[in-house]
Design a protein around this ligand. Structure first.
Ligand code: WTA
Length: 666
């Protein structure tokens, strides 16, 4: 484990593991469940390739695959080689062909109250036209298209249009700063960027086009910028426009031909890039490919969400800009032909019962959200969900961070009315789909435990030597066998080595997830948070290094150390310890410098990366060999008695820091 270890503190682990409550799947749920026989665990484990091949057969293949798994170039596994398919065809055309064109794909709701339902026919039409638009802009198979959009219907349509012509999308979450967008565009050499004139978030306009314009000052590969008119007349700020480069979506669409045949894609062709934070300052463009990814998503929708396309109204309340949205707002539900809710805005706008209003309005049956949101709902009060009819709900999901037992119990009782199984789903941008989660018709759940690997996935908790730990012990989470949705590598020069080094170098043949975990005495798996320098703030992944390098970039900063500290609401919050450089340190206005630094981080990365706690210090606690003692900083940030300081170079620094933090908190 590295110095920056972000494992839940000892007390919290003990509390978690003394959790003895178990919940059997309700009989009514079992009676209608897609899976209710425990035997499938053994069946999948006995022959994982046959298991996944059966799921792959649920897709429409233009050319059948020849080989299920080719792992001869491990860890770069290839799934379903020889096969050809198209993701947009699987998500749209095949449902329309079966007569489901008039089924609603998305009930879209804007934050401002605008509402519209889009059928599979509608979405196919948008997709085909936009595929022709992309072709007209010179986008070809294999090209990368950047997407920086709000949660509007044009976003899934743009993604599907890329897949239709074989271009890979690279979506950048709308909360990122312009320099983060530029960095991602440049890393992938994107040819086109798609954005909007803005979006709504907590009643304010998100200036997506303005940020895009700033980014495009330093992105030589971008030839065209397509702009969706989301705000139009309501726009409250000037809209920049570069003639020749910028084009309105609606004007291009008005001229676009209505039909575009889906391009056959090899199973291992690139579907998309998605950048995520690792342990370095440079985000990694993870590569997801076509056949295996879609197979894994479809399987997990049916196994973990117990998806029933004909009757469910499914709502994943995440943002499409993160992997949860890619897999479980767009590709998963569409591949099954489900009806979903797509909501643009914040859960507390205009009032804190917005989510419950939406559940009631559409009769949502499956709700998938994050512990950080659940903790906010708890804080806002039980009277809000109580004022709405939530009886349509039959299954609840959680994702993004460990869910604490109390939040789990509240979700179960207040939202689920004690009748809905909860699926706590552990997975990552790298894994593509659910890996550890209950099977809702089979698994007896325990509040706070993600329970077991899903059928077909071989997960283990191992010690430093890579040996599985016995029940009752903790260690590191690994995956032992390839799985269909796994990332195929990291984009760009040196990406192959980087992928190998990041995930597969600790032990040969084991995928190291970066998470600590523990098996309880019944063999249930409990996730304990990251063991590397990755923080998890409100379910957003961000590396300590990214924030540190943004800070030290600022002219007044000499040195910075960043750690994640436990936070009741957001899981973790960012704490930064900063040494200012000498110039003008006398009589400096600390409040002004603090504000400037926070703003600088917001400009470099995004507002969500601004430290909650920013402490100025004369020095940082270091070991005698000069390494910053991050664990100690974490203790200080969390206000804990600090551990062993024997190896410290200068113990006085620690006392001074504790005093400063206490003063800041007072
Ligand atoms: C954490 C999000 C505990 C974990 C899908 C992982 C979780 C990281 C859970 C991936 C969960 C995600 N319980 N921890 N149910 N789900 N995590 O790539 O630390 O944004 O490594 O993918 O989130 O975050 P990412």
């Amino acid at each position: 484990m590295s110095e920056g270890t972000a494992v839940t503190s000892g007390d919290a682990i003990e509390n978690l593991l003394s959790e003895a409550r178990t919940f059997a799947p309700p009989a009514e749920f079992v009676a209608q469940a897609n899976f209710s026989d425990e035997a499938i665990f053994a069946e999948a484990a006995a022959d994982p390739e046959a298991w996944w091949a059966r799921w792959a057969a649920r897709l429409d293949w233009m050319t059948p695959f020849e080989t299920v798994l080719d792992n001869s170039d491990a860890p770069f596994a290839k799934w379903f080689t020889g096969g050809e398919l198209n993701v947009s065809q699987n998500c749209l055309d095949r449902h329309v062909a079966k007569g489901h064109g008039s089924r609603v794909a998305y009930h879209w709701e804007g934050e401002d109250g605008e509402r519209r339902s889009y059928t599979y026919d509608d979405l196919l039409d948008l997709t085909e036209r936009f595929a022709n638009v992309l072709l007209g802009l010179g986008v070809q198979k294999g090209d990368r298209v950047a997407i920086f959009m709000p949660m509007i219907i044009e976003l899934p349509a743009a993604m599907l249009a890329c897949t239709r012509i074989g271009a890979a999308h690279s979506i950048v979450f709308g909360g990122f700063a312009s320099s983060a967008l530029a960095e991602r565009i440049n890393d992938a050499d994107c040819k086109v960027v798609i954005t909007a004139d803005g979006g709504w978030r907590r009643g304010k306009q998100v200036r997506l086009k303005e940020l895009t314009d700033e980014a495009l000052l330093s992105t030589p590969t971008i030839e065209h910028c397509v702009v969706v008119q989301r705000l139009g007349d309501q726009l409250d700020h000037p809209l920049g426009w570069v003639e020749g480069r910028d084009k309105w979506w609606h004007e291009l669409m008005a001229d676009a031909a209505p039909h575009a045949d889906p391009t056959p894609m090899a199973s291992e062709d690139l579907l998309y890039l998605l950048y995520t934070s690792g342990t370095t300052a440079k985000p990694k463009g993870l590569m997801h490919t076509t056949g295996g990814y879609l197979t894994g998503i479809v399987a997990s929708m049916e196994m973990v969400f117990d998806a029933k396309p004909l009757t469910d109204v499914y709502w994943c309340a995440a943002d499409i800009g993160w992997v949860t949205g890619h897999s479980y707002i767009v590709y998963g539900p569409l591949a099954l032909g489900m009806t979903s809710v797509l909501y643009e805005g914040a859960p507390d706008w205009p009032a804190q019962d917005r989510n419950w209003e939406i559940v009631e309005r559409y009769g949502v049956t499956i709700l998938y959200t994050a512990p950080t949101a659940i903790r906010a709902f708890i804080k806002w009060g039980d009277h809000l969900p109580a004022a709405h009819d939530l009886s349509s709900l039959r299954l609840l999901g959680s994702v993004g961070e460990p869910i604490n037992p109390e939040a789990w119990m509240w979700y179960h009782r207040v939202i689920g009315g004690e009748r809905c199984p909860i699926v706590d789903t552990w997975w990552q941008t790298e894994t593509g789909h659910h890996m550890i989660a209950p099977m809702p018709g089979i698994t007896h759940t325990k509040p706070g435990s993600a329970t077991h690997a899903i059928p077909g996935i071989d997960a283990a908790v191992v010690d430093e030597a890579g040996e599985p730990v016995p029940n009752g012990h903790g260690g590191l989470l690994v995956i032992r066998q390839p799985w269909p949705g796994m990332a195929r590598g990291i984009w760009g020069e040196g990406g192959r080595e980087r992928y190998q080094h990041t995930y597969w170098s600790k032990w040969p043949h084991l995928y190291f997830a970066g998470d600590g975990a523990k098996l309880d005495s019944d063999g249930y798996l409990w996730l304990l948070g990251r063991v590397d320098d990755v923080m998890n703030v409100s379910g957003h992944r961000i590396s300590t290094m990214e924030v540190e390098s943004a800070l030290v970039e600022h002219e007044s900063v000499a040195e910075a150390a960043v750690v994640g500290m436990l936070d009741e609401l957001t899981g973790e919050a960012i704490a930064a310890f900063v040494t200012l450089n000498d110039e003008g340190s006398d009589g400096r206005d600390e409040a002004a410098v603090r504000a400037a630094l926070l703003e600088h981080v917001a400009e470099r990365i995004g507002k969500f990366a601004r430290p909650r706690l920013l402490v100025f210090t004369q020095g940082l606690p270091k070991t005698r060999s000069g390494k910053i003692m991050r664990r100690l900083l974490k203790d200080i940030a969390e206000g804990r008695a600090i551990g062993d300081t024997q190896t410290l170079q200068d113990a006085a620094v620690v006392e001074q820091l504790q005093a400063t933090v206490n003063a800041l908190r007072a």
